[in-house]
Design a protein around this ligand. Sequence first.
Ligand SMILES: NC(=O)c1ccc[n+]([C@@H]2O[C@H](COP(=O)([O-])OP(=O)(O)OC[C@H]3O[C@@H](n4cnc5c(N)ncnc54)[C@H](OP(=O)(O)O)[C@@H]3O)[C@@H](O)[C@H]2O)c1
Length: 234
Amino acid sequence: MTRHVVISGGTGEVGKQLLALVADRPDLSVRALVRRPGSTRVSPQIQEVPFDYEDTAAYGPLFGPPCDLLLIALGTTRAKAGSDEAFLRVDRDYPLRLISALAATHPEARVGLVSSVGADRARGLYLGAKAAVEEELAAQGLAHVIARPSLLRSDRAEFRPLEATLNNLVAPLWLALGQSLFPRSYGWWRWAPVHVREVAAALLETALALEPGQRRVLEGLDLHPGPIARWGKP
Ligand SMILES: NC(=O)c1ccc[n+]([C@@H]2O[C@H](COP(=O)([O-])OP(=O)(O)OC[C@H]3O[C@@H](n4cnc5c(N)ncnc54)[C@H](OP(=O)(O)O)[C@@H]3O)[C@@H](O)[C@H]2O)c1
């Protein structure tokens, strides 16, 4: 049976990995929301849908067609957005609108959300936005999985100075120490840099396996593959 998936943020680093994974899944029919047509890779399973997140009237019709799973990998930075308000629109308000429109039309659907490590003890603009979306998911009662990665590793073309510095200097040391000294330390791996490929794979696999009403949180060892992987742990 074909399952219908909507991906928001499919042009981002995690989102591109999600699209690469679903492109190999003939059992999935995917609509990828984009700001600019021609932004995603072509595949028989993937249809690009130009979407204006600012248009509040567009959210209801978006879920007129069937939707079994909504994957949200939207995000920006405060610097790129230009103001706190603009940042919150992307990282908080657009996901909230998507979730609420989905709950109103397909209450049986699942959601997979890319959040952030620390969202469960939120302080400040960034984590506050992540926490608000996580809380809304719980409040709406939709089955969902939340990935809470630490620093993302990827081949990002855009230069983000802090991310690049941490990835080049801190990440290799952090991962090497973790593998040799703390292979099963949940606290260590919770803050460990993680590749976007691993986040996407864990999120998709867990989201597709969700039972009605279930909630999963993936962080730390859950997001690191190999013998220590525990994807889908309750
Ligand atoms: N970077 C990290 O180290 C890190 C760590 C933990 C958690 N996270 C979280 O993980 C998630 C995914 O991160 P990522 O690095 O994969 O994100 P990303 O590469 O920055 O991609 C962001 C996505 O959001 C879309 N987007 C940005 N601004 C938008 C706007 N104004 N309107 C509509 N869409 C917009 C982008 O679309 P366009 O291609 O059209 O711009 C893109 O599809 C984010 O929520 C981020 O906060 C990141």
